[in-house]
Write a protein that binds this ligand. Structure first.
Ligand code: ATP
Ligand code: MG
Length: 134
């Protein structure tokens, strides 16, 4: 059994999509084993997205991720890292396949509704960062 980190981002929380997103996750056979709504502290958002620290969009990304409540979740299931990334859809919602979370609930590349770990190694790192917030 594998775990991955999911974040419902501030745009989706503000727009009232939390229940609909979690319904889609559960309908896909993925289990939500931990869930907490909170506003991320800036230093946590910075550490979380450290891989992007040299990119031009990094300050905007950190500002957005700390702009309101997120829902931080740990998901569990067979092959869940890959399966949840597929359910999320492409980073840019304009390119996301129909029926994916980003196609359904995201409005832009910067404000794209959900996060999901992109590998088992990332999942371990991200769960370690967030685990003490639950
Ligand atoms: P996430 O890590 O949030 O699940 P991802 O793995 O699909 O998304 P990354 O390449 O890790 O995509 O980018 C992290 C986040 O940074 C994206 O979700 C998006 O909100 C933002 N981002 C990525 N590229 C750009 C860009 N060119 N302009 C603005 N924002 C961007
Ligand atoms: Mg990523």
């Amino acid at each position: 059994m594998e775990s991955t980190l999911c974040i419902i981002k501030p745009d989706a929380v503000k727009n009232g999509h939390v229940e609909d997103i979690n319904k889609k996750i559960e309908e896909s056979g993925i289990e939500i084993i931990k869930s907490k709504r909170l506003t991320l502290k800036k230093y946590i958002a910075e550490e979380f997205y450290a891989e992007h620290s040299e990119r031009p969009f990094y300050p905007e990304l950190v500002d957005f991720m700390t702009s309101g409540d997120c829902v931080i979740q740990i998901l569990q299931g067979d092959d869940v890292v890959k399966r949840y990334r597929e359910l999320m859809g492409a980073t840019n919602p304009a390119e996301a396949v129909e029926g994916t979370l980003r196609q359904l609930f995201a409005s832009s590349l910067g404000e794209n509704a959900v996060h999901g770990s992109d590998s088992k190694q990332s999942a371990e790192r991200e769960i370690a960062i967030m685990n003490n917030l639950f």
